[in-house]
Design a protein around this ligand. Structure first.
Ligand code: FES
Length: 243
């Protein structure tokens, strides 16, 4: 009864609207904690021929005394943090502004400024994070192909498949990005003048419809790929060689 009273004060909805923002908050917080720990750890990220995606490209700089992951992770993390889909997800889950459709926002009425002022106006640099993350993505493809070459020559291990699945999912996440869609066809008024770009724009628009799915799948895959290599490095599991 008490719950019903509290709920009715913020919404008239009677469904379980709070489940999605709650699960989102738990998953994002878990990923944030795990990736922060792994980025600072600076160990157990390389088991030949596999390199953790958190440390790719692997930059060994004598002038940098901290974990090399910190030199590159700003790009993919900035890309995700400013992603249009994730913005909606964490505005609902963490800021509760609002936590769901037809649910009262937690912020005081009149205080909402959206993304018109600092710090959230910074979200507009998403397209530049796209460019930076694309560079990192290129190196992840290089790493996936590198994972085909073992000490005794060509081969495929479970780790090879893990890295390929991860980079494919990350590529779909990037290729379905709203900024990429704009890059492909955003400035055209007359598509018939450039049919190739029109066809590409149609394809990207189709991928874009499932952007949320690619966002979640690639988030899980990048964490699991790192975890797989961490467990290999720790000797908890051994890599199964398929070929
Ligand atoms: S909108 Fe999600 S990555 Fe660009």
């Amino acid at each position: 009864m008490a719950n019903g009273t509290a709920q009715s004060s913020i919404t008239l909805r009677t469904d379980t609207w709070w489940v999605l923002p709650l699960v989102t908050a738990i998953v994002l917080a878990t990923f944030g904690a795990y990736s922060t720990w792994r980025a600072f750890a600076n160990v157990d990220f390389l088991v030949q021929p596999y390199l953790s995606p958190f440390y790719s490209p692997y930059i060994l700089a004598s002038w940098w005394p901290f974990s090399p992951a910190l030199l590159i992770l700003w790009a993919p993390l900035g890309f995700r943090a400013t992603c249009y889909y994730y913005r909606k997800a964490y505005y609902r889950s963490f800021f509760m502004a609002p936590p769901g459709c037809a649910v009262k926002p937690m912020a005081k009425a009149g205080n909402y400024e959206g993304e018109t002022k600092f710090p959230f106006i910074i979200q507009n640099i998403h397209r530049y994070f796209f460019y930076a993350a694309a560079v990192v993505l290129f190196f992840l493809w290089v790493d996936a192909f590198h994972a085909l070459w073992f000490e005794d020559g060509f081969g495929i291990g479970v780790g090879t498949i893990v890295l390929f699945v991860n980079v494919i999912l990350l590529s779909m996440y990037s290729l379905s990005c709203h900024s990429f869609r704009h890059l492909v066809g955003g400035r055209f008024d007359v598509f018939s003048k450039c049919p190739t770009r029109f066809r590409l724009w149609e394809k990207v628009s189709k991928w874009n419809e499932n952007h949320a799915m690619w966002a979640w799948l690639s988030l899980f895959s990048v964490a699991l790929a790192d975890l797989y290599i961490f467990l290999l490095a720790k000797g908890v599991i051994t890599d199964l060689r398929i070929i």
